[in-house]
Ligand binder design. Sequence first.
Ligand code: HEM
Length: 501
Amino acid sequence: MVADTSILVLAFALFLCLILSRWYNERKNNINQINRIPGVKTYPLVGTTYMFFGKSRNETFDVLLKEAIRFPYISRLWIGPFPQVCIRKAEYVEKVIGSTKNLEKSFGYKFIRYWLGEGLLISGGNKWQKHRKIITPTFHFSILETFFDVFSDKSKILIERLDEHCGTGEPFDIYSYITKAAMDIICEAAMGVSVRAQEKGTNTYVDAVYQVSQLIMNRVVRPWLHPNFIYKHTKAGKEFHECLQTLHGYSADVIQLRKMTRKEKLPLNGNGEVKKNRLAFLDLLLEANENENLLTDKEIREEVDTFMFEGHDTTTAGITWTIFLLGLHPEIQDKVYNELDSIFHGSDRKVTLSDMSEMKYLERVIKEAMRLYPPVPIIGRRLSENIQLDEYCIPEGCMIKIDLYNLHRDPRFFADPETFDPDRFLPDSMHSRHPFAYLPFSAGPRNCIGQKFAAYEQKAVVSTILRHFTVRAVDKRHDVKMINELVLRPIGGINVTLHRR
Ligand code: HEM
């Protein structure tokens, strides 16, 4: 009996040794593969995250810029024991996101999950597929068309707010004004709820978004803050928890408000039935919950959190960086104004869907602004299989950081990359470019679901501002410090002066 047990224990120990040695060899092999990729010196426990220690928010972004200069196209980082391969070359990016593989998000998104849950941005596998299928129709062309009144009405309020600064010669930060307009737009268009952010002073939701994004980015590069049982006892962890309560409380209120007013507000057709093609995004989610039980209450909250954040913070950045560049380039601003004048002939009428295709030059301007300042500067994936990027074999399971900011500065595709030149997006120039050289909305199956909405909103808001004001930027490009806290934002905002047309 004793002999039998000993044999069993011995067999189990041998089996364990075998598993461990296989795991060890595989890990060693993977580490060797990763370490063949150029990168800064690695130290035990912290990996390469020491680069970020003691750095201020904008210095953190500078670290990434310096890394890209030192190691163009590809480099490796170690976030503690976890390797991360950073790519900035169109051909490499195509290999990672150009197929239906590698659909899972990377490790860093884990910390966003506490805020956005298993919403579309974060989730993976069957859940992501199912939700993407349910949500895609809400961004159908016919629905987008119905949002133009919202774009116009909220832009009109924005103009009234901006008018207070007009002609004073006093610079002011336009970023906060655009943020509130973008909040009003996403809440009204997608959620069917009027939050009147522009009519109120501070917005607790917006403040909490900034704070939570900063806390998440800080946590990602500090491996000792990764375990929850440590983080929740820290000052940052407590602040994070408070922010989550504000953010989740706000989205719960939005859902509640829409539930209450939904029945009265839905437009009816001649027979008194609800017109399907006028449903807001949130209505569709609520329908999926009520009628077919396709989504739970929690899933709806997570999608509302996701779309409120993705739907306002990104477009705010896109619009404000565009205004900044136009404010620095009066000659380009004049060209945009002339185009707008040829469409609107000086009238104050609302912007419509058919105007969009007329704003060809403005479209190029916005595209070029998103090239230089991509609102989402970095995205991440987890590899579902080994891939070969030139001489480097990157093992399955590795995290890939796709650096859109530097991808957009590849001189092979964008000569003199720092120059602001909207004509890079003339059809001829675009056709001859690598399809993965410019990806502000990412690409492949997990591309931005709201990109058409965003493109229209940006054109609608920027055109309305320029129809009313001449904009001058106060600071030069090198004076404006950037932070990458999920979205690429200017520290201290964008200071401008306005003059009435
Ligand atoms: C200029 C504005 C915008 C930019 C530059 C932008 C950019 C992006 C990028 C780069 C991604 C991929 C993220 C990743 O892989 O981690 C993404 C995904 C996403 N975006 Fe946008 N976005 C913008 C506006 C919007 C708007 C207005 C909405 C909603 C109304 C939206 C909703 C989403 C969602 C839900 C995803 C996740 C899609 C999925 O994984 O299936 N975005 N966006």
